[in-house]
Design a protein around this ligand. Structure first.
Ligand code: ADP
Ligand code: MN
Length: 264
C-alpha cells in the first residue's frame, strides 16, 4: 500500500473503530470493503479540502455506503459506491436511454463513475429548479459529497419510513409540492420514489437518492412515473394519509405516467 492510500485508509479506519465499538463482529465496514482506488479517491478529496475526516457511517445500502464527513465544523454526507456489489444491469438500463451519458461505460468502474456523475448532475438540476434535495458539493470517481441533512450536532435526519411525519396529510402536500417542481421544472422523473427516499427534516421533506432519475423524454420515464406515483400513494396510505391517487395526479399534472405540461 503506498503512502497516499495508507493515509486515506487511516481515515477510513476511524470509521471502523467507531463501528466496532458498536458491533465487534462487524468486519464488513470500512476499508475492508473499500478498494485501494476508492481509498485513493477519498484521499484526493481530502487533499482538495473537501473533507478532513470521515466520522461514522449513516447507512449501508445495497450498492453504496453513506458516511459522515467533517470539514472544519461542518458535516457532509459522503456517498461511496462499492465497485464489487453494484447492480450493473440496473445501471446500464438507466444510463442507456440518457444522451447525457454516452458509452463511457466500457467496464464496471467506468459505469459506476457515470452513475455517480449522473446522480450529481441530477441533484444539480433539481437544486437549481428549487427542489428540496441535498445540495451537491462535488464528486470524484465513485464518491459523491453532499450537503448533510440533519442537525448541527451531526445527527442525520431520518427517512419518512423511520420517522413518520406528525401531520401526514400536511407533510404529503409538501412532498407533492416538491414533486411538482421535480417533474414540471426540473423535468426529471425520480424512478425510485418511496418513504425510504424522502427524509423528514423537522417535518419538512427532502428528496434523496436520484441516481436513477431520468429526463422526462427518456423512453422509460412513463413507466417509472407510474410506478413512482403508485409507490408514493401506497406508502403514504400506510402512514394514514387520505389523499387519493387521482388527487396526486391532479396536483402533479400527470395522467397515466405522462406529464401533461410537457406533452407535445
Ligand atoms: P441508497 O438507498 O442507494 O443506499 P441513499 O441516497 O438513499 O442511498 O442514502 C442512503 C441513506 O443514507 C438514506 O436513507 C439516509 O438515511 C442517508 N442519507 C443519504 N443522503 C444523506 C444526506 N445528504 N444527509 C444525511 N443522510 C443522508
Ligand atoms: Mn435510498
Amino acid at each position: 500500500m503506498n503512502q497516499k492510500i495508507a493515509k486515506a485508509d487511516e481515515k477510513v479506519q476511524k470509521i471502523i473503530s467507531e463501528k466496532r465499538k458498536k458491533d465487534a463482529d462487524d468486519r464488513k465496514v470500512g476499508s475492508e470493503i473499500f478498494d485501494n482506488k476508492t481509498l485513493e479517491t477519498l484521499y484526493k478529496l481530502s487533499n482538495k479540502n473537501y473533507i478532513d475526516v470521515l466520522n461514522g457511517e449513516i447507512s449501508t445500502g445495497k450498492e453504496a455506503n453513506v458516511l459522515k464527513g467533517i470539514k472544519g465544523n461542518k458535516y457532509f454526507a459522503v456517498k461511496i459506491y462499492r465497485i464489487a456489489t453494484s447492480d450493473f444491469k440496473k445501471m446500464n438500463f438507466y444510463v442507456d436511454g440518457d444522451r447525457r451519458f454516452k458509452s463511457r461505460h466500457g467496464n464496471k468502474r467506468q459505469l459506476i463513475n457515470s452513475w455517480v456523475s449522473k446522480e450529481y448532475k441530477n441533484l444539480e438540476r433539481l437544486y437549481k429548479a428549487g427542489v428540496k434535495v441535498p445540495k451537491p458539493i462535488t464528486y470524484l470517481n465513485n464518491v459523491l459529497i453532499l450537503e448533510f441533512i440533519g442537525d448541527k450536532e451531526g445527527n442525520p435526519a431520518k427517512t419518512v419510513k423511520y420517522n413518520p411525519p406528525k401531520d401526514i396529510d400536511n407533510f404529503f402536500l409538501k412532498v407533492l409540492n416538491e414533486m411538482d417542481k421535480f417533474l414540471n421544472n426540473a423535468k426529471l422523473v425520480h424512478g425510485d420514489l418511496s418513504a425510504y427516499n424522502i427524509m423528514n427534516l423537522n417535518e419538512e421533506p427532502v428528496i434523496i437518492d436520484v441516481s436513477q432519475s431520468v429526463i422526462y423524454n427518456n423512453p422509460i420515464s412513463k413507466e417509472l412515473l407510474e410506478r413512482d406515483i403508485n409507490n408514493l400513494t401506497n406508502d403514504f396510505k400506510k402512514l394514514g394519509s387520505k389523499i387519493t391517487k387521482e388527487e396526486i395526479e391532479e396536483k402533479l399534472g400527470v395522467k397515466d405516467g405522462i406529464i401533461l405540461s410537457l406533452k407535445n
